[in-house]
Design a protein around this ligand. Structure first.
Ligand SMILES: [Zn+2]
Ligand SMILES: [Zn+2]
Length: 414
């Protein structure tokens, strides 16, 4: 008798956000990721069905981890992730609670549930195997951001769940290490789109910074705290600018340095961090405004954080610049600024005169890299998730594999 596994997406199959996938294999029922979409108002996945024993969390980003504290509400469920993801996710979840409170959204979990989640989460090493009754689950690096894991479930079938994946090395983190499996559940954020060559993009970024600083301007780089802030510091490491770092990126710096096994070149990261000035208190912010050549700061999409303070102070001078290095989601202040040249916050609208340029420092695999990843895993079936243009990838993969494009909520067997 051929044993089948059953899959169901609670969310995030058809879009980048609110991911959650239930796997049923014999008597086991487990969950991979349980995220939310930090939109206005936020969106959440379907509720967790009863009987889930373990949850495997791929990485800290809120579209994967945002509802994690809900998974350990019941008395029996445990979460498994890397130790680095465990500590960074706590920071991001705490922040998302703060935002929910400030924006008066209903809070999806309590502070106490978040603390409970921390104690009920097993922090694994980078390449370790988790054992539950009759099944082994291998962790392997997903690239993407430090600590990001892919999981290979070795039950009645081998299944590899990618979470978010980046196959090429960046300054900060090495590329993903794929493992072979019969079923590949793969993210498809960049289906149908390619990234520019990273080394060329690095060079373009450094040249543009040099051109602004050379003419006496200052560059604001809005960057996500997790991964992008550190990648930018490493990209500029050899350039000897006065770089200031502000926002949550500071805390993440320390967590990365404490978990060097997830970092491609921990010495180079330390050097890049040590070479930057850190904004510790409000007074430093004023020093940064007068002294800095480059300011790397949260929030990455201009929806809050110290970046707005710097923008207010520096936007009138056309010698200054703001370099966008992260994805700007629909509805964010950053997207509004790129589309219309204006930005509205604190009840006023600015039309900045500073130069605005965008760069592609994406930490997701592009279309061809996803195809190569599928080939490396050598699956029979590829299940595409976490993308709004999955057909673009499916049409190519169908030549070699059986391809599934499930809908949220749909249950199917493989
Ligand atoms: Zn991610
Ligand atoms: Zn994601």
């Amino acid at each position: 008798m051929v044993l089948l596994v059953e899959l169901q997406f609670l969310g995030g199959a058809e879009q980048v956000g609110s991911l959650g996938m239930v796997l049923k294999d014999g008597t086991h029922k487990v969950l991979f990721d349980y995220g939310m979409t930090p939109s206005d108002p936020p969106e959440y996945p379907m509720p967790i069905p009863p009987g889930v024993e373990y949850c495997f969390l791929s990485h800290c980003h809120l579209d994967h981890s945002g509802m994690a504290p809900v998974t350990t509400r019941g008395p029996h469920t445990q979460m498994v992730t890397t130790e680095l993801t465990r500590v960074i996710a706590e920071l991001l979840l705490m922040d998302s609670l703060k935002i929910a409170r400030a924006e008066r959204y209903p809070e999806p979990f309590t502070y106490k549930e978040l603390k409970n989640w921390m104690t009920r989460t097993v922090g694994m090493r980078r390449e370790e195997t988790f054992r539950l009754k009759g099944v082994e689950v291998d962790l392997t690096s997903a690239g993407h951001v430090p600590g990001a894991a892919m999981y290979r479930w070795r039950g009645s079938k081998d299944l590899l769940f990618t979470g978010d994946v980046h196959t090429r090395p960046t300054h900060l983190v090495g590329g993903a290490t794929p493992l072979e499996a019969e079923i590949l559940v793969m993210e498809s954020t960049y289906a149908g789109r390619e990234h520019p060559d990273r080394a060329e993009e690095d060079e373009r970024f450094r040249k543009e910074v040099e051109s602004v600083v050379g003419q006496g301007g200052q560059v604001i780089v809005p960057a996500f705290a997790v991964g992008r802030t550190q990648e930018i510091l490493m990209t500029l490491a050899e350039c000897n600018y006065d770089i200031w770092v502000d926002g949550m990126g500071r805390a993440v710096n320390e967590m990365y340095l404490d978990n060097p096994s997830h970092i491609r070149d921990p010495k180079a990261l330390r050097k890049a961090i040590d070479a930057a000035y850190i904004v510790e208190e409000p007074y430093d912010r004023e020093v940064a405004l007068s002294e800095a050549e480059v300011i790397v700061t949260t929030g990455g999409m201009l929806d809050g954080g110290p970046v707005l303070h710097y923008l207010k102070a520096l936007h009138k001078n056309p010698k200054n610049a703001m370099f966008m290095v992260g994805f700007q989601v629909e509805g964010s202040n950053g997207r509004q600024l790129l589309d219309s040249g204006a930005i509205t916050f604190d009840d006023r609208t600015l039309r900045p005169k500073l130069q605005i340029k965008t760069f592609d420092f994406s930490s997701h695999a592009g279309h061809s890299d996803l195809v190569s990843l599928a080939r490396a895993v050598r699956p029979k079936t590829v299940v595409l998730m976490h993308g709004d243009n999955r057909e673009a990838l499916a049409s190519e993969l169908r030549k070699e594999f059986d391809v599934k494009i499930p809908l949220n909520g749909e249950t199917f067997s493989l």
